[in-house]
Design a protein around this ligand. Structure first.
Ligand code: SF4
Ligand code: SF4
Ligand code: SF4
Length: 500
């Protein structure tokens, strides 16, 4: 590929984590495109900053800290111990001290102090309190869009301060005064208007699914279906729209279809809920999260399904697992024998455990797998009925499907996993330098197992992770096809047609 117009981090040993030499303001110019009026207004946000925005921003901050007790606690209890400083992939990749989680949170905290603490009101200079000004807002816009809301810092903070939540609140405030981010808001607009992040209209979606059915018939000789809008199906599958579109996502979608087929479970997709992703979380806006989630409820009711299963999408699973009931419940019209919602990996793993499907590892001959724990799954949700199921279940499914599996360095997996570098609404081309640099801790751990263990592929269970890796792997001299869907591995291994 052409040389990048920025330095690519040199990959070291994942066992050693020296605190990098600081490069102040290295990423001061990195920012996403500002949302235009056309992206703001459909979501009910002002189209631009207007007179008095400073006061409205402070008022909105006040409403958030009084509504969300955790946010106020995070503002008040940081003791500047420094435990989080070298835990963020964006700091490790860019060396910009403002990408230390504590420094990022301080961008918010300095304004909070000015308006909501006695010391900040009386002697702002003594306590690092700042007025809400255009310079401060610009700094917010740039650096709160250098946080993928991955929560890694919170795992290492002795007080559990969650900078992801602070970053969501900052983005919510910015939207409320007309300083939104184009990428996220444009996508949310597409979900409301067309039904999914890709803006794929129903006829195109139906065509795509028919094409995939033909592909699977050619490949396997078995008529595996991709049903859509089928009333009375048992399962509604809600999956990221990337699964309808590009590899490796679409190969995972074929895997889900084969699992349903082999298990003899009736299922359907929905044109109304043709997107699992919920970018309302990235912009920290509860109303948008709720509106996006309600489509799933409406689709489930209209189709009369008994259960809802989510496809491979990290943040969608976090929203579903952690908030779906409060956003769109109660789900008392579904079959109470099943958890609401379920993850496709839970469903497949259960079938594997009960011998409800058969897998032949030779379908993945020659592949040596590792897995990237998507942080929204690892630190924002769970799977199964045992603690840590979000780590053991994906590994169990992969290990049942491939001849050899190797984990990456223990400091980079499970609840310590590093973000792919493109999550939290940052998967946009103008942030490519941030994305490439932010991916370096994950690339370091990957290179380690490639060199030492002969790993050939890395599985991911999140549409954004897969899209991000496909794009940035070549910057580190890896093949973009090295990243695979977990259900792509299942798809290659599953034995169709002779199950009991
Ligand atoms: S949430 Fe993740 S991206 Fe944001 S500051 Fe913490 S470690 Fe960095
Ligand atoms: S680890 Fe927690 S308390 Fe320590 S500096 Fe970071 S946010 Fe503050
Ligand atoms: S894209 Fe993947 S790794 Fe990155 S924040 Fe989302 S779930 Fe985490």
């Amino acid at each position: 590929m052409a040389a990048a117009p920025f330095d690519i981090p040199i990959l070291g040993d994942p066992a050693e984590h020296p605190i990098p030499a600081l490069k102040p303001d290295a990423m001061a110019a990195s920012k996403p495109y500002l949302a235009a009026e056309a992206h703001q207004q459909p979501l009910g946000f002002p189209g631009e900053l207007t007179e008095g925005w400073e006061k409205r921003a402070v008022e909105h901050m006040g409403s958030l800290v009084s509504k969300y007790r955790s946010l106020q606690v995070y503002m008040d209890i940081c003791v500047k111990c420094g435990a989080c400083t070298d835990k963020c992939h964006y700091f490790l990749g860019t060396h910009d001290p403002k990408n230390m989680p504590v420094a990022r949170a301080d961008l918010f905290r300095s304004v909070y102090r000015r308006y909501f603490t006695p010391a900040g009101k009386m002697a702002p200079g003594l306590v690092g309190a700042r007025d809400m000004t255009k310079d401060v807002l610009d700094e917010w816009f740039n650096y709160f869009h250098q946080c993928s809301q991955c929560r890694r810092c919170s795992v290492f903070c002795p007080y559990g301060i969650d900078t992801a939540e602070i970053s969501m609140a900052a983005r919510d405030i910015m939207d409320s005064i007309g300083q939104g981010q184009k990428y996220c808001n444009e996508i949310i607009g597409k979900v409301h208007k067309i039904g999914n992040n890709l803006g794929l209209p129903a006829p195109a979606l139906i065509d795509t699914l028919e094409g995939l059915e033909e592909d699977m018939l050619d490949e396997t000789g078995v008529a595996v279906k991709m049903p859509i809008d089928v009333e009375g199906a048992e399962v509604l599958l809600v999956t990221p729209s990337a699964d309808f579109f590009a590899e490796p996502h679409v190969l995972g979608l074929m895997g889900y279809a084969k699992v349903f087929h082999a298990a003899g479970v009736s299922w359907t997709l929905s044109t109304k809920a043709s997107e699992a992703g919920n970018f309302g979380m990235f912009i920290g806006n509860y109303d948008q999260m709720k509106k996006i989630s309600m489509r799933i409820r409406e689709a489930a009711r209209e189709l009369g399904v008994k259960r809802i299963i989510f496809g491979e999408c990290g943040h969608a699973w976090r929203v579903a697992y952690s908030f779906l009931n409060t956003l769109a419940g109660p789900w008392d019209f579904l079959d109470p024998r099943y958890p609401v919602p379920q993850h496709i990996l839970e469903f497949t793993n259960d079938l594997i455990t009960r011998k409800g499907i058969k897998l032949d590892k030779s379908g993945n001959d020659g592949m040596v797998l590792t897995v990237h724990d998507s942080c929204n799954v690892a630190r924002g949700a769970r799977m199964g009925d045992k603690p840590g199921g979000q780590f053991t279940i994906p590994r169990a499914v992969i290990q049942a499907s491939v001849p050899k599996f190797v984990d990456m360095h223990p400091d980079t997996i499970c609840d310590k996993t590093f973000c792919c570098g493109g999550g939290g609404g940052l998967l946009t081309d103008e942030l490519i330098e941030l994305r490439v640099k932010g991916a370096s801790p994950r690339m370091e751990a990957l290179k380690d197992v490639v060199d030492k263990e002969g790993v050939t592929h890395m599985a991911a269970m999140c549409a954004i992770c897969k899209a991000q890796f496909t794009k940035i792997l070549p910057y580190y001299d890896f093949d973009r096809e090295m990243v695979v869907s977990v259900h792509q591995l299942v798809s290659n291994a599953i034995v169709l047609g002779d199950n009991d």
